[in-house]
Design a protein. Structure first.
Length: 454
């Protein structure tokens, strides 16, 4: 069944809901992408939406690459000579095609978010067989700071998002109706995800195992076939790095240097990544769980206790069937935490590092709503969910959507950026110094030059 056929089989209410949601999202994303809104204060805050870092810096790098003949550029699809970066290649192609601002690329990014959100809805719908669970989960994710504030980014976020959801759309379809075509499609989508950035190599693989568990389709053969994807993707990236740096030895050194630093803040011999500087202090190690929680709540816009409460409520509702129906969520949570478990230094340095668990948020919501469906009488279910959803929607939209949209529209209408203050929860405590403020600027950090387009 094609995505279009699957959508046509949903109820009119679901289709109307999807239309309204995409109208709201695109209104926000397109207005946010207008150049006049790049000067707003919240777009210079490094906590949530690092707008300039993810738009103008990428555009400047693309200009530098496009200034050279195509075959003289050695790092078309890698970023900072170490990261897979399909987005960087696309940005370069936009400049070579004549783009003088990042705006056309931003419009493509918005289309990618649209496609990713639709695919997310479809694979959740297939997985839970519930239009209500898929719709509520989709709505929650759409209006998180993660999606709203990265909606016009031309960095990895839209590319990772669309390929992640394409991977699991194909994979859930494969779990429902096993076949070579769906498995091959999953393999290709997973490879493209891995070519977009490092973040989802491990978490996507773990999520596949979790969904196998849920569907009672554990398959060593399929797992090994799909496990080959990150291996091939790593080799592909390594060869590109070797080509860009002029040799395998240089590539090995570069990858080891960054891996040691980004994980446990170690330095190899002759390290080139802040060899005399350590970012992790004793209090970071001691308070690391609290740091991860802070990162998660900042970018999800939801307290960790809320997600935990939903999981506990789901277990209570499931009763004796809890392990049978919800045991797979243990692996989902492991997948969500995998980046922060491994990349400790990266998590401490970057306030936005909570975004790499985004896929767990809608799954937690979907599980909770699905358990309600199995427990509450059908004729009362919709009223029950709406009773909870309406106040939560009002709070979410009034916090992260309406105030920013108003400023974006006013700036676009008047041609003048509007003064604004970041939300209180975004301000670092004056009593504590954040790791970012303690550390010197890294080689890939934002500077004033990055904030202006050529």
């Amino acid at each position: 069944m094609t995505p279009w056929q699957q959508l046509r089989r949903t109820s009119r209410a679901s289709r109307a809901f999807l239309c309204a949601l995409f109208v709201l999202f695109n209104a926000f994303a397109i207005v946010r992408a207008l150049p006049i809104n790049s000067t707003l204060r919240e777009n210079r805050e490094a906590d949530r939406g690092t707008y300039h870092r993810n738009v103008y810096r990428i555009f400047r790098l693309a200009n530098r690459q496009a200034a050279l003949p195509f075959f003289e550029v050695k790092n078309h699809a890698i970023f900072f000579d170490r990261n897979p970066g399909l987005f960087m290649f696309v940005a370069e192609l936009f400049v070579r095609a004549g783009a003088t601002t990042p705006f056309p690329n931003q419009l493509l990014a918005i289309v990618l978010w649209d496609a990713g959100l639709l695919l997310l809805y479809l694979w959740l719908l297939t997985l839970f067989r519930s239009e209500l669970a898929a719709a509520v989960a989709l709505a929650h994710l759409t209006f998180t700071p993660f999606v709203l504030f990265y909606s016009s980014s031309i960095h990895h976020e839209p590319w990772c998002f669309v390929f992640f959801n394409l991977t699991f759309y194909c994979y859930v379809s494969h779990l429902r109706n096993p076949g070579k075509r769906s498995l091959i499609a999953t393999w290709i989508a997973y490879f493209l995800l891995c070519q977009s950035y490092w973040f989802y190599y491990m978490s996507a693989g773990l999520l596949m195992i979790a969904l196998q568990w849920r569907e009672r389709r554990l398959s060593v053969r399929d797992t090994l076939i799909l496990a080959a994807v990150p291996v091939v993707a790593t080799l592909t990236t390594f060869l590109q790095v070797a080509y860009a740096l002029g040799g395998i030895d240089a590539a090995i050194f570069r990858m080891k240097d960054i891996a040691a630093a980004r994980t446990l803040d170690m330095r190899i011999e002759n390290s080139q990544w802040y060899p005399e500087k350590k970012f992790l202090r004793a209090h970071h190690w001691k308070n690391y769980p609290a740091i991860v929680r802070e990162r998660l709540e900042l970018i999800s816009g939801t307290s960790l206790s809320t997600y935990v409460s939903m999981l506990v409520a789901s277990i209570v509702l499931a009763g004796r069937a809890a392990w049978h129906r919800l045991g797979f969520m243990l692996v989902v949570l492991l997948a969500a935490a995998s980046w922060n478990i491994v990349m400790i230094q990266h998590t401490v340095i970057h306030h936005f590092a909570g975004m790499y668990s985004w896929f767990a948020w809608p799954l937690i919501i979907a599980v909770f709503v699905h358990e309600l469906e199995l427990t509450v009488r059908p004729h009362r279910l919709t009223h029950f969910v709406v009773a909870f959803a309406l106040p939560l929607s009002f709070i979410t939209l009034s916090r992260d959507y309406v105030p920013f949209l108003q400023r974006y529209v006013t700036a676009a209408r008047t041609g003048e950026p509007q003064p604004s203050e970041p939300p209180p929860e975004n301000k670092p405590s004056k009593k504590k110094k954040t790791p970012q403020r303690e550390a010197p600027r890294a080689a890939d950090a934002l500077n004033d030059e990055d904030m202006s387009a050529d």
